[in-house]
Ligand binder design. Structure first.
Ligand SMILES: [Zn+2]
Length: 214
């Protein structure tokens, strides 16, 4: 089974990808992991990505596509795989379709996790992290024993700039603008399935399996 996962930041897409990977016995392929892997191995792609990031630029479609192509040439993807964070654009989606066609394969489903903006704002803006040890908390879902302070080392917790409500809203809007054409692309091909990204990870997994008919 070949799945593509779409969803705004904070929709729990990464968690679902891991759960589905275990459930279906197929690898979870995320762009973040691929970048880190290439950097760690010091490959040509890894060096290019590092140079772009050092310069504060965006990794191009060509580099990302090349990385995906290499990843999909490995034997562990034979039973299927889950793509998380790719494709991000219609250009990438078209590339992926061509690549899969050349391998005699095709996508089963593009799963789009839907979640209301206010809920995402609440989830993300509640995050607090420890500047000393990196521990992550949530003011309501996973609070520290003493409000505002790390359980491990008592350091004062901070909110990342990215996690502030106004910035979360901005990211959600950017996400919507960028992803709408991608959703249309998969909808037109009858491959899009929308899943309510609300509730516990187990509940969302159950909803996903239902959509997949499993
Ligand atoms: Zn700490």
């Amino acid at each position: 089974m070949i799945l593509i996962l779409l969803g705004p930041p904070g929709a729990g897409k990464g968690t679902q990808a891991k759960l589905l990977s275990t459930e279906l016995g197929i690898p979870h392929i995320s762009t973040g992991d691929m970048f880190r892997d290439h950097k760690a191995r010091g490959t040509e792609i890894g060096k290019q990505v590092q140079a772009i990031m050092d310069a504060g630029g965006l990794v191009t479609d060509d580099i990302t596509n090349a990385m995906v192509k290499e990843r999909l040439s490995r034997p562990d993807v034979a039973p299927g795989f889950i793509l998380d964070g790719y494709p991000r654009t219609v250009v990438q989606a078209e590339y992926l379709d061509g690549l899969l066609r050349s391998l005699g394969r095709s996508i089963d489903r593009a799963l789009s996790y839907e979640v209301a903006e206010e809920l995402v704002v609440e989830r993300i803006s509640g995050r607090r992290s420890c500047p000393r040890c990196g521990a992550v908390y949530h003011v309501s879902a996973n609070p520290p024993k003493r409000a505002g302070y790390c359980d491990r080392d008592d350091a004062e917790l901070v909110q990342r700039e990215d996690d502030k409500p106004e910035n979360v809203r901005k990211r959600m809007q950017e996400y919507g603008t960028k992803t709408e054409p991608l959703k249309r692309y998969y909808r037109d091909r009858g491959e899009l399935a929308e899943v309510e990204g609300v509730g516990t990870p187990e509940g969302i997994l159950a909803a996903t399996k239902k959509v997949l008919g499993r």
